[in-house]
Design a protein around this ligand. Structure first.
Ligand code: C2E
Ligand code: SIN
Ligand code: SIN
Ligand code: SIN
Ligand code: FE
Ligand code: FE
Length: 410
Protein backbone atom coordinates (compact mmCIF):
# COMPACT_ATOMS: atom_id res chain seq x y z
CA UNK A 1 0.00 0.00 0.00
CA UNK A 2 1.21 3.47 -0.84
CA UNK A 3 1.53 6.13 1.85
CA UNK A 4 -0.02 9.58 1.45
CA UNK A 5 3.08 11.16 -0.04
CA UNK A 6 3.53 8.37 -2.57
CA UNK A 7 -0.13 8.60 -3.51
CA UNK A 8 0.20 12.32 -4.04
CA UNK A 9 3.25 11.82 -6.23
CA UNK A 10 1.54 9.13 -8.22
CA UNK A 11 -1.60 11.16 -8.84
CA UNK A 12 0.44 14.17 -9.93
CA UNK A 13 2.41 12.01 -12.36
CA UNK A 14 -0.73 10.43 -13.78
CA UNK A 15 -2.15 13.93 -14.22
CA UNK A 16 0.93 14.99 -16.18
CA UNK A 17 0.91 11.81 -18.21
CA UNK A 18 -2.60 12.43 -19.58
CA UNK A 19 -1.78 15.96 -20.68
CA UNK A 20 0.41 14.38 -23.39
CA UNK A 21 -2.52 12.63 -25.08
CA UNK A 22 -4.17 14.58 -27.89
CA UNK A 23 -6.90 12.42 -29.38
CA UNK A 24 -10.06 12.32 -27.29
CA UNK A 25 -10.86 8.60 -27.79
CA UNK A 26 -7.35 7.59 -26.80
CA UNK A 27 -7.46 10.02 -23.90
CA UNK A 28 -10.61 8.49 -22.37
CA UNK A 29 -8.98 5.08 -22.53
CA UNK A 30 -5.88 6.36 -20.71
CA UNK A 31 -7.85 8.24 -18.07
CA UNK A 32 -9.91 5.20 -17.21
CA UNK A 33 -6.88 2.91 -17.08
CA UNK A 34 -5.03 5.27 -14.74
CA UNK A 35 -7.98 5.97 -12.46
CA UNK A 36 -8.75 2.25 -12.15
CA UNK A 37 -5.14 1.45 -11.36
CA UNK A 38 -5.03 4.11 -8.69
CA UNK A 39 -8.07 2.87 -6.74
CA UNK A 40 -7.63 -0.77 -7.77
CA UNK A 41 -11.04 -0.94 -9.44
CA UNK A 42 -12.09 -3.99 -11.43
CA UNK A 43 -14.13 -1.95 -13.87
CA UNK A 44 -15.06 1.57 -14.84
CA UNK A 45 -16.80 3.80 -17.35
CA UNK A 46 -16.55 7.30 -18.70
CA UNK A 47 -19.59 9.36 -19.60
CA UNK A 48 -19.22 12.54 -21.64
CA UNK A 49 -21.84 15.28 -21.79
CA UNK A 50 -23.24 15.66 -25.29
CA UNK A 51 -26.39 17.50 -26.39
CA UNK A 52 -27.58 17.88 -22.81
CA UNK A 53 -27.23 14.18 -22.01
CA UNK A 54 -24.55 11.91 -20.63
CA UNK A 55 -23.17 9.67 -23.31
CA UNK A 56 -21.67 6.39 -22.12
CA UNK A 57 -18.44 6.75 -24.05
CA UNK A 58 -15.93 4.21 -22.89
CA UNK A 59 -15.72 1.26 -20.50
CA UNK A 60 -13.29 -1.30 -19.15
CA UNK A 61 -13.98 -4.46 -17.16
CA UNK A 62 -11.12 -6.68 -16.05
CA UNK A 63 -13.33 -9.61 -14.99
CA UNK A 64 -15.24 -9.70 -18.28
CA UNK A 65 -12.01 -9.10 -20.22
CA UNK A 66 -10.40 -12.16 -18.61
CA UNK A 67 -13.20 -14.37 -19.92
CA UNK A 68 -12.27 -13.47 -23.51
CA UNK A 69 -9.60 -15.20 -25.58
CA UNK A 70 -6.32 -13.28 -25.48
CA UNK A 71 -6.12 -10.36 -27.89
CA UNK A 72 -9.92 -9.96 -27.92
CA UNK A 73 -11.50 -6.75 -26.78
CA UNK A 74 -14.61 -6.19 -24.77
CA UNK A 75 -17.49 -5.21 -27.06
CA UNK A 76 -19.89 -2.63 -25.69
CA UNK A 77 -22.53 -0.36 -27.06
CA UNK A 78 -22.97 3.30 -26.32
CA UNK A 79 -26.15 4.84 -24.91
CA UNK A 80 -27.19 8.07 -23.24
CA UNK A 81 -28.60 8.84 -19.80
CA UNK A 82 -30.47 12.01 -18.92
CA UNK A 83 -28.75 14.47 -16.61
CA UNK A 84 -31.16 14.28 -13.68
CA UNK A 85 -31.12 12.77 -10.21
CA UNK A 86 -32.68 9.43 -11.17
CA UNK A 87 -29.45 7.60 -12.03
CA UNK A 88 -26.14 7.62 -10.19
CA UNK A 89 -24.18 9.08 -13.07
CA UNK A 90 -26.96 11.57 -13.87
CA UNK A 91 -27.06 12.72 -10.26
CA UNK A 92 -23.30 13.28 -10.17
CA UNK A 93 -23.37 15.26 -13.43
CA UNK A 94 -26.37 17.27 -12.28
CA UNK A 95 -25.10 18.18 -8.80
CA UNK A 96 -21.35 18.13 -9.43
CA UNK A 97 -20.98 16.07 -6.26
CA UNK A 98 -19.05 12.85 -5.92
CA UNK A 99 -20.81 9.65 -4.75
CA UNK A 100 -19.01 6.86 -2.95
CA UNK A 101 -21.49 3.97 -2.78
CA UNK A 102 -20.47 0.76 -0.97
CA UNK A 103 -23.12 -1.36 -2.66
CA UNK A 104 -25.31 -0.31 -5.58
CA UNK A 105 -27.92 -2.95 -4.72
CA UNK A 106 -28.27 -1.67 -1.13
CA UNK A 107 -28.81 2.05 -1.46
CA UNK A 108 -30.14 3.92 1.56
CA UNK A 109 -33.86 4.67 1.41
CA UNK A 110 -33.76 8.44 1.14
CA UNK A 111 -31.62 8.95 -1.96
CA UNK A 112 -33.23 10.24 -5.18
CA UNK A 113 -31.15 8.09 -7.53
CA UNK A 114 -31.37 4.37 -8.10
CA UNK A 115 -28.87 1.87 -9.42
CA UNK A 116 -29.41 0.73 -12.99
CA UNK A 117 -29.14 -3.07 -13.05
CA UNK A 118 -29.40 -3.21 -16.84
CA UNK A 119 -25.66 -3.38 -17.48
CA UNK A 120 -25.15 -6.17 -14.94
CA UNK A 121 -28.03 -8.12 -16.44
CA UNK A 122 -26.83 -8.00 -20.03
CA UNK A 123 -23.19 -8.61 -19.20
CA UNK A 124 -23.58 -11.16 -16.42
CA UNK A 125 -21.54 -9.04 -14.04
CA UNK A 126 -22.09 -8.16 -10.39
CA UNK A 127 -21.54 -4.52 -9.51
CA UNK A 128 -21.11 -3.75 -5.81
CA UNK A 129 -19.09 -0.69 -4.92
CA UNK A 130 -19.24 2.42 -7.10
CA UNK A 131 -17.15 5.57 -6.91
CA UNK A 132 -18.64 8.14 -9.26
CA UNK A 133 -17.21 11.60 -9.63
CA UNK A 134 -17.76 14.59 -11.87
CA UNK A 135 -15.26 15.65 -14.52
CA UNK A 136 -15.25 19.32 -13.65
CA UNK A 137 -13.16 21.93 -15.42
CA UNK A 138 -11.50 24.90 -13.72
CA UNK A 139 -14.49 27.03 -14.56
CA UNK A 140 -16.72 24.58 -12.72
CA UNK A 141 -18.39 23.10 -15.82
CA UNK A 142 -19.17 19.41 -15.55
CA UNK A 143 -18.17 17.89 -18.90
CA UNK A 144 -18.74 14.28 -17.90
CA UNK A 145 -18.59 11.62 -15.24
CA UNK A 146 -15.98 9.03 -14.33
CA UNK A 147 -17.26 5.92 -12.61
CA UNK A 148 -15.09 3.32 -10.88
CA UNK A 149 -16.70 -0.04 -10.16
CA UNK A 150 -15.77 -2.73 -7.63
CA UNK A 151 -12.69 -1.78 -5.66
CA UNK A 152 -10.65 -4.84 -4.77
CA UNK A 153 -8.40 -5.72 -1.85
CA UNK A 154 -5.12 -7.52 -2.41
CA UNK A 155 -6.85 -10.89 -2.34
CA UNK A 156 -9.26 -9.79 -5.10
CA UNK A 157 -12.32 -9.44 -2.85
CA UNK A 158 -14.68 -6.59 -3.71
CA UNK A 159 -14.61 -3.87 -1.05
CA UNK A 160 -15.95 -0.33 -0.76
CA UNK A 161 -13.81 2.48 -2.18
CA UNK A 162 -11.54 4.01 0.47
CA UNK A 163 -12.64 7.40 1.76
CA UNK A 164 -8.96 8.46 1.91
CA UNK A 165 -8.67 8.10 -1.88
CA UNK A 166 -11.46 10.58 -2.60
CA UNK A 167 -9.37 13.80 -2.59
CA UNK A 168 -6.70 12.22 -4.79
CA UNK A 169 -9.18 11.03 -7.32
CA UNK A 170 -10.94 14.41 -7.32
CA UNK A 171 -7.60 16.03 -8.12
CA UNK A 172 -7.05 13.56 -10.95
CA UNK A 173 -10.60 14.12 -12.25
CA UNK A 174 -9.89 17.83 -12.46
CA UNK A 175 -6.79 17.23 -14.60
CA UNK A 176 -8.72 14.72 -16.66
CA UNK A 177 -11.53 17.21 -17.30
CA UNK A 178 -9.12 19.86 -18.52
CA UNK A 179 -7.39 17.37 -20.82
CA UNK A 180 -10.73 16.15 -22.21
CA UNK A 181 -11.93 19.69 -22.83
CA UNK A 182 -8.76 20.44 -24.80
CA UNK A 183 -8.95 17.15 -26.76
CA UNK A 184 -12.59 17.83 -27.62
CA UNK A 185 -11.53 21.19 -28.99
CA UNK A 186 -8.81 19.56 -31.10
CA UNK A 187 -11.34 17.04 -32.41
CA UNK A 188 -13.66 19.91 -33.27
CA UNK A 189 -11.00 21.73 -35.26
CA UNK A 190 -10.16 18.55 -37.18
CA UNK A 191 -13.83 17.97 -37.94
CA UNK A 192 -14.09 21.52 -39.25
CA UNK A 193 -11.13 20.94 -41.57
CA UNK A 194 -12.92 17.84 -42.83
CA UNK A 195 -16.13 19.83 -43.32
CA UNK A 196 -14.24 21.96 -45.81
CA UNK A 197 -13.54 18.90 -47.94
CA UNK A 198 -17.11 17.80 -47.35
CA UNK A 199 -18.26 20.88 -49.27
CA UNK A 200 -16.49 19.34 -52.26
CA UNK A 201 -16.98 15.71 -51.51
CA UNK A 202 -20.20 14.84 -49.67
CA UNK A 203 -18.85 11.50 -48.49
CA UNK A 204 -15.87 12.97 -46.63
CA UNK A 205 -17.89 13.35 -43.48
CA UNK A 206 -16.81 13.44 -39.88
CA UNK A 207 -18.31 9.98 -39.47
CA UNK A 208 -16.17 8.54 -42.29
CA UNK A 209 -13.07 10.20 -40.83
CA UNK A 210 -13.80 8.87 -37.34
CA UNK A 211 -14.42 5.35 -38.61
CA UNK A 212 -11.30 5.24 -40.76
CA UNK A 213 -9.24 6.58 -37.84
CA UNK A 214 -10.64 4.11 -35.32
CA UNK A 215 -10.24 1.15 -37.70
CA UNK A 216 -6.63 2.11 -38.38
CA UNK A 217 -5.85 2.37 -34.67
CA UNK A 218 -7.38 -1.01 -33.87
CA UNK A 219 -5.52 -2.73 -36.71
CA UNK A 220 -2.32 -1.04 -35.56
CA UNK A 221 -2.80 -2.10 -31.94
CA UNK A 222 -3.32 -5.74 -32.83
CA UNK A 223 -0.40 -5.74 -35.28
CA UNK A 224 1.91 -3.99 -32.81
CA UNK A 225 1.13 -6.29 -29.88
CA UNK A 226 1.70 -9.35 -32.07
CA UNK A 227 5.07 -7.85 -32.91
CA UNK A 228 5.83 -7.34 -29.22
CA UNK A 229 6.15 -3.58 -29.47
CA UNK A 230 6.31 -1.93 -26.03
CA UNK A 231 2.99 -0.81 -24.63
CA UNK A 232 4.25 2.73 -24.12
CA UNK A 233 5.25 3.00 -27.78
CA UNK A 234 1.89 1.56 -28.82
CA UNK A 235 -0.04 4.08 -26.72
CA UNK A 236 1.91 7.00 -28.16
CA UNK A 237 1.46 5.80 -31.73
CA UNK A 238 -2.27 5.14 -31.32
CA UNK A 239 -2.75 8.75 -30.34
CA UNK A 240 -0.94 10.29 -33.30
CA UNK A 241 -2.17 7.70 -35.77
CA UNK A 242 -5.78 8.37 -34.79
CA UNK A 243 -5.51 12.08 -35.45
CA UNK A 244 -3.43 11.68 -38.60
CA UNK A 245 -5.84 9.09 -40.05
CA UNK A 246 -8.82 11.40 -39.58
CA UNK A 247 -7.14 13.78 -41.99
CA UNK A 248 -6.13 11.23 -44.66
CA UNK A 249 -8.23 12.88 -47.41
CA UNK A 250 -7.74 16.49 -46.38
CA UNK A 251 -6.07 17.08 -49.77
CA UNK A 252 -9.47 16.75 -51.44
CA UNK A 253 -10.07 20.43 -50.60
CA UNK A 254 -7.75 21.11 -53.52
CA UNK A 255 -9.70 18.95 -55.99
CA UNK A 256 -12.61 20.26 -58.05
CA UNK A 257 -16.03 19.14 -56.83
CA UNK A 258 -17.05 18.62 -60.46
CA UNK A 259 -14.81 15.57 -60.31
CA UNK A 260 -15.48 14.50 -56.74
CA UNK A 261 -19.26 14.67 -57.13
CA UNK A 262 -19.36 13.01 -60.53
CA UNK A 263 -22.01 10.30 -60.21
CA UNK A 264 -20.15 8.01 -62.60
CA UNK A 265 -16.82 6.44 -63.35
CA UNK A 266 -13.96 8.90 -63.75
CA UNK A 267 -12.08 9.24 -67.01
CA UNK A 268 -8.30 8.94 -67.11
CA UNK A 269 -7.64 12.69 -66.85
CA UNK A 270 -9.94 12.96 -63.87
CA UNK A 271 -8.22 10.05 -62.17
CA UNK A 272 -4.88 11.78 -62.62
CA UNK A 273 -6.26 14.91 -60.96
CA UNK A 274 -7.75 12.97 -58.03
CA UNK A 275 -4.41 11.33 -57.40
CA UNK A 276 -3.00 14.75 -56.55
CA UNK A 277 -5.04 14.84 -53.29
CA UNK A 278 -2.28 12.78 -51.66
CA UNK A 279 0.72 15.04 -52.13
CA UNK A 280 -1.25 18.30 -52.19
CA UNK A 281 -2.70 17.39 -48.80
CA UNK A 282 0.64 16.28 -47.39
CA UNK A 283 2.04 19.77 -48.01
CA UNK A 284 -0.12 21.05 -45.15
CA UNK A 285 2.16 19.08 -42.82
CA UNK A 286 5.44 19.68 -44.60
CA UNK A 287 6.65 21.96 -41.82
CA UNK A 288 7.17 19.24 -39.29
CA UNK A 289 7.01 20.65 -35.78
CA UNK A 290 5.72 17.58 -33.99
CA UNK A 291 5.32 13.80 -34.20
CA UNK A 292 1.76 14.49 -35.22
CA UNK A 293 2.84 16.62 -38.21
CA UNK A 294 5.23 13.88 -39.31
CA UNK A 295 2.61 11.17 -39.07
CA UNK A 296 -0.11 13.23 -40.75
CA UNK A 297 2.34 13.95 -43.57
CA UNK A 298 3.05 10.22 -44.01
CA UNK A 299 -0.60 9.16 -43.84
CA UNK A 300 -1.88 11.78 -46.25
CA UNK A 301 0.92 11.14 -48.74
CA UNK A 302 0.91 7.33 -48.61
CA UNK A 303 -2.65 6.13 -48.03
CA UNK A 304 -3.10 5.17 -51.72
CA UNK A 305 0.15 3.29 -52.18
CA UNK A 306 -0.28 -0.43 -52.76
CA UNK A 307 1.77 -3.31 -51.36
CA UNK A 308 2.44 -4.57 -54.92
CA UNK A 309 3.83 -1.20 -56.01
CA UNK A 310 0.86 -0.29 -58.24
CA UNK A 311 -0.47 2.53 -56.09
CA UNK A 312 0.10 6.28 -56.15
CA UNK A 313 1.66 8.86 -55.93
CA UNK A 314 4.82 6.75 -55.61
CA UNK A 315 8.35 8.01 -55.23
CA UNK A 316 7.76 11.70 -55.79
CA UNK A 317 8.82 14.95 -54.26
CA UNK A 318 5.56 16.12 -52.66
CA UNK A 319 6.52 19.76 -53.12
CA UNK A 320 6.74 19.47 -56.92
CA UNK A 321 4.79 16.31 -57.68
CA UNK A 322 7.71 15.15 -59.83
CA UNK A 323 9.39 11.74 -59.60
CA UNK A 324 12.50 11.47 -57.46
CA UNK A 325 15.37 10.91 -59.86
CA UNK A 326 16.20 7.25 -60.28
CA UNK A 327 12.57 6.26 -59.56
CA UNK A 328 11.04 6.97 -62.98
CA UNK A 329 9.34 4.12 -64.80
CA UNK A 330 9.66 3.69 -68.56
CA UNK A 331 7.05 6.38 -69.17
CA UNK A 332 8.89 8.87 -66.99
CA UNK A 333 6.30 8.56 -64.19
CA UNK A 334 7.15 7.86 -60.57
CA UNK A 335 7.35 4.22 -59.55
CA UNK A 336 4.92 3.24 -56.81
CA UNK A 337 6.28 2.53 -53.36
CA UNK A 338 6.31 -1.16 -52.69
CA UNK A 339 5.92 -3.33 -49.57
CA UNK A 340 7.83 -1.95 -46.63
CA UNK A 341 8.89 1.11 -48.62
CA UNK A 342 5.40 2.34 -47.77
CA UNK A 343 5.41 3.91 -44.29
CA UNK A 344 3.47 1.70 -41.89
CA UNK A 345 0.88 4.34 -41.02
CA UNK A 346 0.02 4.66 -44.72
CA UNK A 347 -0.50 0.90 -44.92
CA UNK A 348 -2.89 0.81 -41.95
CA UNK A 349 -4.95 3.69 -43.28
CA UNK A 350 -5.13 2.12 -46.77
CA UNK A 351 -6.96 -0.90 -45.34
CA UNK A 352 -9.21 1.23 -43.13
CA UNK A 353 -10.09 3.60 -45.98
CA UNK A 354 -10.93 0.96 -48.57
CA UNK A 355 -12.90 -1.10 -46.05
CA UNK A 356 -15.00 1.95 -45.25
CA UNK A 357 -15.34 3.07 -48.90
CA UNK A 358 -16.58 -0.35 -49.99
CA UNK A 359 -18.94 -0.73 -47.02
CA UNK A 360 -20.65 2.60 -47.66
CA UNK A 361 -22.58 4.21 -50.44
CA UNK A 362 -20.73 6.75 -52.57
CA UNK A 363 -22.05 9.14 -55.24
CA UNK A 364 -20.54 6.76 -57.77
CA UNK A 365 -21.39 3.38 -56.20
CA UNK A 366 -23.74 1.53 -53.88
CA UNK A 367 -22.65 0.04 -50.57
CA UNK A 368 -21.33 -3.49 -50.94
CA UNK A 369 -22.56 -6.23 -48.67
CA UNK A 370 -20.17 -7.34 -45.99
CA UNK A 371 -19.35 -10.73 -47.49
CA UNK A 372 -18.19 -9.12 -50.70
CA UNK A 373 -16.18 -6.46 -48.85
CA UNK A 374 -14.40 -9.06 -46.73
CA UNK A 375 -13.71 -11.32 -49.71
CA UNK A 376 -12.16 -8.37 -51.52
CA UNK A 377 -9.90 -7.47 -48.59
CA UNK A 378 -8.78 -11.09 -48.32
CA UNK A 379 -8.08 -11.33 -52.05
CA UNK A 380 -6.14 -8.09 -51.97
CA UNK A 381 -3.78 -9.24 -49.19
CA UNK A 382 -0.33 -9.14 -50.78
CA UNK A 383 -1.69 -7.14 -53.73
CA UNK A 384 -3.22 -3.90 -52.47
CA UNK A 385 -2.58 -4.52 -48.80
CA UNK A 386 0.12 -5.62 -46.39
CA UNK A 387 -0.83 -9.27 -45.70
CA UNK A 388 0.26 -9.19 -42.07
CA UNK A 389 -1.99 -6.18 -41.43
CA UNK A 390 -4.89 -7.90 -43.18
CA UNK A 391 -4.44 -10.77 -40.74
CA UNK A 392 -4.72 -8.30 -37.88
CA UNK A 393 -7.80 -6.79 -39.49
CA UNK A 394 -9.58 -10.14 -39.62
CA UNK A 395 -8.66 -11.07 -36.08
CA UNK A 396 -10.40 -7.95 -34.74
CA UNK A 397 -13.41 -7.97 -37.05
CA UNK A 398 -15.85 -7.86 -34.10
CA UNK A 399 -14.27 -4.61 -32.89
CA UNK A 400 -14.33 -3.19 -36.43
CA UNK A 401 -18.07 -3.85 -36.63
CA UNK A 402 -18.80 -2.01 -33.38
CA UNK A 403 -16.84 1.01 -34.60
CA UNK A 404 -19.15 1.23 -37.61
CA UNK A 405 -22.09 1.33 -35.17
CA UNK A 406 -20.45 3.95 -32.97
CA UNK A 407 -19.95 6.36 -35.90
CA UNK A 408 -22.98 5.92 -38.19
CA UNK A 409 -23.49 8.16 -41.22
CA UNK A 410 -25.91 10.91 -40.28
P1 C2E B 1 -12.91 7.00 -51.77
O1 C2E B 1 -14.30 6.96 -52.29
O2 C2E B 1 -12.74 7.34 -50.32
O3 C2E B 1 -12.27 5.60 -52.03
C1 C2E B 1 -11.06 5.21 -51.41
C2 C2E B 1 -10.53 3.96 -52.06
O4 C2E B 1 -11.40 2.86 -51.83
C3 C2E B 1 -10.37 4.04 -53.56
O5 C2E B 1 -9.18 4.71 -53.92
C4 C2E B 1 -10.34 2.56 -53.92
O6 C2E B 1 -9.09 1.99 -53.62
C5 C2E B 1 -11.34 1.98 -52.96
N1 C2E B 1 -12.67 1.90 -53.58
C6 C2E B 1 -13.71 2.73 -53.37
N2 C2E B 1 -14.79 2.33 -54.07
C7 C2E B 1 -14.41 1.25 -54.77
C8 C2E B 1 -15.09 0.38 -55.70
O7 C2E B 1 -16.28 0.53 -56.02
N3 C2E B 1 -14.37 -0.65 -56.20
C9 C2E B 1 -13.08 -0.85 -55.88
N4 C2E B 1 -12.42 -1.85 -56.41
N5 C2E B 1 -12.40 -0.07 -55.00
C10 C2E B 1 -13.06 0.97 -54.47
P2 C2E B 1 -9.05 5.33 -55.39
O8 C2E B 1 -9.60 4.40 -56.40
O9 C2E B 1 -7.64 5.75 -55.55
O10 C2E B 1 -9.97 6.59 -55.35
C11 C2E B 1 -9.63 7.74 -54.60
C12 C2E B 1 -10.79 8.66 -54.53
O11 C2E B 1 -11.14 9.07 -55.86
C13 C2E B 1 -12.06 8.03 -53.97
O12 C2E B 1 -12.04 8.05 -52.58
C14 C2E B 1 -13.13 8.93 -54.59
O13 C2E B 1 -13.22 10.16 -53.90
C15 C2E B 1 -12.55 9.23 -55.96
N6 C2E B 1 -13.05 8.26 -56.97
C16 C2E B 1 -12.51 7.09 -57.31
N7 C2E B 1 -13.24 6.51 -58.29
C17 C2E B 1 -14.28 7.32 -58.56
C18 C2E B 1 -15.39 7.29 -59.48
O14 C2E B 1 -15.57 6.36 -60.25
N8 C2E B 1 -16.27 8.35 -59.45
C19 C2E B 1 -16.09 9.41 -58.59
N9 C2E B 1 -16.99 10.40 -58.61
N10 C2E B 1 -15.06 9.46 -57.72
C20 C2E B 1 -14.17 8.44 -57.71
C1 SIN C 1 -25.46 4.53 -13.04
O1 SIN C 1 -24.58 5.39 -12.94
O2 SIN C 1 -26.61 4.69 -12.60
C2 SIN C 1 -25.13 3.25 -13.70
C3 SIN C 1 -24.31 2.41 -12.79
C4 SIN C 1 -24.03 1.11 -13.44
O3 SIN C 1 -24.95 0.50 -14.01
O4 SIN C 1 -22.89 0.62 -13.39
C1 SIN D 1 5.78 6.76 -36.75
O1 SIN D 1 5.61 7.94 -37.04
O2 SIN D 1 6.09 6.38 -35.60
C2 SIN D 1 5.55 5.69 -37.80
C3 SIN D 1 5.94 6.19 -39.12
C4 SIN D 1 5.44 5.30 -40.21
O3 SIN D 1 6.16 4.35 -40.59
O4 SIN D 1 4.32 5.52 -40.71
C1 SIN E 1 -8.75 -2.41 -54.31
O1 SIN E 1 -7.87 -2.89 -55.03
O2 SIN E 1 -8.61 -1.32 -53.79
C2 SIN E 1 -10.04 -3.05 -54.05
C3 SIN E 1 -10.11 -4.41 -54.65
C4 SIN E 1 -10.55 -4.44 -56.07
O3 SIN E 1 -9.85 -3.85 -56.92
O4 SIN E 1 -11.58 -5.05 -56.35
FE1 FE F 1 -7.72 9.31 -50.43
FE1 FE G 1 -11.27 8.35 -47.56
Amino acid sequence: MLNEKEKLEQIINLGLEITKVKDVDILLERILTFARQFVNADAGSVYIKEDGKLKFSYTQNETLQKKLPSGKKLIYSTFSVPIDNKSISGYVADTGEMLNIPNGYKLTENVPYSFDKHFDEISNYRTQSLLTFPLKTNRGNVIGVLQMINAQDNAGNVIPFAKEDEPFIMHFANNAAIAIERALMTRDIILRMIKMSELHDPKETGAHANRVASYAVEIYENWASRRGIFQEEIEKNKDILRMAAMLHDVGKVAISDVILKKPAKLNLDEVEIIKMHTYLGSRLFADQHSDFDKSAFLVVLNHHERWDGKGYPGHINPMTGNPISGYEDKNGKAQGKKGEEIPTFGRFVAIADVYDALSCRRVYKEAWDETKVLETLKEEAGKHFDPEMIESFFSILDVIRTIAKRYPDE
